[in-house]
Design a binder for this molecule. Structure first.
Ligand code: GAL
Length: 705
């Protein structure tokens, strides 16, 4: 059951960082300075104690809360609030040495050494009860503390454990799902290669040759994390039901089907670290960040959410740890806000002197003062976020177009040998991202939704590479279309059922041949340096597009052909088709279209379906949060170049220098402007627009409809 979204209450956007006072207990002066430095960047909050278990419980059952008492007091006194972490993200040595079962076992059967993090066994009763005990202590001690605003439960829960405890829990999970081995053997197609199981205990946790087992294993692992999370939250909810609980997600992380986590939490939090890249085309990466934020908006069911971690400067784990160029950091922060974030927290407040993350970006450098460039930028961000207080609590605007994002299709594709190139594992994710980008470039707003989401509010649903398609999901999408909706499906649609068994009767399954008016007979793969030409009037002047990687061999069975293949032995075969389905339409794109072709397709669709869209130059994005007193709008230039736009009568402000812009305007590289929220702290509006220009804009910024 979905819990109502319940962000920690605040009359402004939250701003803060992961804070580790436990690493500085011998340097009291540092702790004292931290509070006043936090106030100087206008921070509101900090996530505390994420990896602090040993500092809180130095030996089993012996607690040391003095430092946390002190920290909570300092925060309360300064008017700052605390997102108090449960410390399960890493284990005390005393626990992992005394009870090796809490340590994870790899797929090869090797138990991991003590140390490390995010590597506990999610099944271990010893670990679960140790976690529940320390969480209970925290709830008892701080549940009513005035500084406590939110429970930050664990940290980035993910990964697999193949120990015997997990193995038998997997068996129990399978028994509950399939009841008898006959069913399990049938749905896993176990007569292949002598995989037939005759005792539940024979079932391994991993068998790369068993496609059905692999997806069930991934489902089980996901369920174990959710039940581990529930176990963590039980004492917190029992003792302080008034304090919301969340855990920090990792966007599109492979092993975590967050659609199934979201309902257990009171609000949604995500960690996101866009890697700085100022090369040509960097705007595409920024749209990739919008893609992640849209997924988080979907997980939050349209409510505001928290960006729980991002870096104020560089990271230390990428191949090349670049610095962000001027304007980029502020833009990333506002980009999250525009997408519904009501809190921006960094990893990390202060660089440690030692440990694995001593070179990771932080608000406070080893040098220790407020003199750094990063500190100044963070202070500027703090001021801007304070000025944006009216945005807090406003919902990001819902789109009329949705993309179905499906972890199950990712898992099923990953588990199958083919239909994909041998080395690739994430075709579904990539297809969703490409179609998201193309829709955004065509000026169309997009939500990301779960396969079982309510569809009625949408005019168009796009399901890129929805490879694993259950009869129920197919039925719901068909119903949506018959009722007048439009459904776009692509290559790799409806190949397998929920057990990763191919649908009989021809793809797309199940029974979707009629819905799409076509039969997908075969699929061709292209070498990386090969492509296939496509022709069709829908691609605009010239009427052609390019396909890469994957080209299906389609037969029209009643559908209208919109584009055909124009090279190779399969020239003249249909590749983009349209079908009438009840009061609605289906569209099928049987090849991976290169960017321009994909954008043209959605431009065609927008005009066919009369979809609302806003055409702006490539890399310029406008985003809205809806408020009772009118919307607040954000305008971004994601490119490294100046871009000309025509803002018409709309007046946008730069929140840093207060300048107003309207009419024909040149946006600076990485510019971020806001309309509908002109804070009192800004100087009076300037009579002249920022960077007036006499150049013609490439495209009008005014809404078409
Ligand atoms: C996150 C993690 C943080 C920190 C950060 C560094 O994945 O939750 O604790 O390690 O990465 O970028």
């Amino acid at each position: 059951m979905k819990r109502p979204s319940q962000l920690p209450s605040a009359d402004r956007l939250r701003y803060g960082a992961d804070y580790n006072p436990d690493q500085w207990l011998d340097q009291v002066q540092v702790l004292e300075e931290d509070i006043s430095l936090m106030q100087r960047v206008q921070a509101t909050s900090a996530s505390i104690g994420i990896f602090a278990w040993t500092s809180l419980e130095p030996s089993p059952g012996h607690y040391n809360f003095a430092w946390l008492d002190d920290t909570m007091e300092r925060f309360a006194k300064a008017g700052l609030s605390v997102f108090l972490a449960t410390p399960s993200g890493s284990k005390p040595m005393w626990l992992s040495e005394q009870h090796p079962e809490v340590r994870r076992v790899t797929a090869e059967g090797r138990r991991e050494p003590s140390g490390g993090r995010h590597n506990h066994c999610p099944t271990s009763p010893v670990y679960r009860s140790a976690v529940a005990r320390i969480n209970r202590q925290l709830a008892l001690r701080y549940g009513k503390h005035p500084a406590l605003a939110l429970w930050h439960v664990g940290n980035e829960l993910n990964g697999e454990c193949h120990c015997l405890l997990c193995r038998s829990a997997f068996h129990a999970w399978l028994q509950k799902r399939y009841h008898c081995l006959e069913t399990l053997n049938r749905v896993w197609w176990n007569s292949f290669w002598n995989k037939t199981i005759t005792e539940w205990t024979q079932i391994p946790t991993t068998d790369p040759g068993n496609d059905g087992l692999t997806v069930d294993w991934l489902r089980f692992v996901n369920d174990q994390h959710v039940s581990f999370l529930e176990n963590e939250m039980a004492p917190l909810r029992e003792l302080c039901p008034h304090v919301p609980c969340t855990t920090n997600f990792m966007g599109t992380n492979r092993s975590t089907n967050y659609w199934q986590w979201a309902g257990s939490l009171d609000c949604i939090a995500n960690d996101h670290y866009p890697l700085p890249d100022d090369r040509a085309g960097c705007w595409r990466k920024a749209l990739g960040t919008d893609f992640i934020h849209s997924l988080v908006r979907g997980l939050a069911d349209g409510a505001p959410w928290l960006l729980m971690e991002c870096s104020p400067s560089s990271v230390n784990w990428s191949r090349i740890n670049k610095l962000k160029r001027p304007g980029v950091h502020l833009q990333e922060v506002l980009q999250a806000v525009a997408n519904g974030a009501d809190a921006i927290h960094y990893f990390q407040w202060r660089k440690g002197l030692g440990g694995h993350e001593k070179y990771h970006g932080a608000v406070i450098d080893h040098e220790g003062s407020s003199d750094s460039r990063v500190f100044r930028e963070c202070a500027e961000v703090g001021k801007v976020l304070r000025d944006l207080a009216p945005v807090a609590g406003l919902a990001p605007e819902r789109a009329k177009v949705a993309i179905i994002y499906d972890w199950e299709s990712r898992w099923a594709l990953e588990a199958s040998a083919g239909p994909k190139k041998a080395e690739e594992s994430d075709r579904h994710n990539e297809a969703c991202l490409e179609h998201f980008r193309a829709l955004r470039c065509a000026g169309i707003e997009v939500d990301l939704i779960a396969p079982n989401a309510e569809l009625a509010a949408y005019r168009l649903v796009v399901s890129p590479a929805l490879y694993s398609l259950s009869a129920e999901t197919a039925r719901r999408l068909t119903k949506f279309t018959i009722a007048g909706g439009a459904w776009v499906a692509t290559y790799l649609t409806g190949y397998v059922d929920e057990h990763n068994r191919c649908w009989r009767g021809g793809f797309p399954g199940p029974n979707l041949r009629e819905v799409f008016g076509l039969w997908n007979e075969e699929v061709d793969y292209l070498f990386d340096d090969e492509n296939v030409r496509i022709e069709g009037a829908l691609f605009g002047p010239g009427g052609s597009a390019t396909a890469t990687d994957i080209v299906e061999q389609l037969n029209a069975e009643g559908a209208q052909t919109l584009a055909t293949l124009a090279s190779e032995f399969y020239a003249n075969r249909p590749i983009v088709l349209r079908n009438n389905c009840g009061a609605g339409n289906t569209f099928y794109i049987g090849a991976r279209l290169a960017e321009e072709g994909c954008i043209s397709f959605y431009e065609y669709l927008a005009s066919e379906l009369d979809l609302p869209r806003l055409v702006l130059p490539r890399g310029v994005v406008r985003k809205t949060r809806a408020g009772a007193d009118g919307p607040v709008e954000f305008l971004f230039n994601y490119t490294r170049e100046e871009v000309s736009v025509d803002l018409g009568e709309d007046t946008f402000h730069c929140l840093v220098d207060g300048h107003a812009c309207h009419g024909k305007t040149t946006l600076r590289p990485y510019a971020s402007l806001v309309k509908g929220c002109r804070p009192a702290s800004l100087p009076p509006p300037s009579p002249t627009p920022l960077h007036p220009t006499h150049e013609e804009p490439q495209l009008s910024a005014s809404p078409r409809r």
